[in-house]
Design a protein around this ligand. Structure first.
Ligand SMILES: [Zn+2]
Length: 62
């Protein structure tokens, strides 16, 4: 199971939305996003992760 970049929780694939959803915080990511983050590693691509999380939290408020 992929790990949530936000809280480190377990992410489960949701067939309905075709995205990975964190069971803990509800973060949704596509397979591509997860691969991208995993391949680049968080330390190296911290900006990307922060950007994504910022986008995600903005999206959540609306
Ligand atoms: Zn999470």
């Amino acid at each position: 199971m992929p790990e949530c970049p936000n809280c480190g929780g377990e992410m489960k694939f949701d067939r309905k939305v075709r995205m990975y959803v964190c069971r803990n915080c509800g973060l949704m990511m596509t397979r591509r996003d997860l691969d991208l983050l995993r391949d680049k590693r968080f330390e190296e691509e911290k900006d990307l992760v922060e950007e994504y999380l910022e986008w995600w939290s903005t999206r959540k408020k609306r």
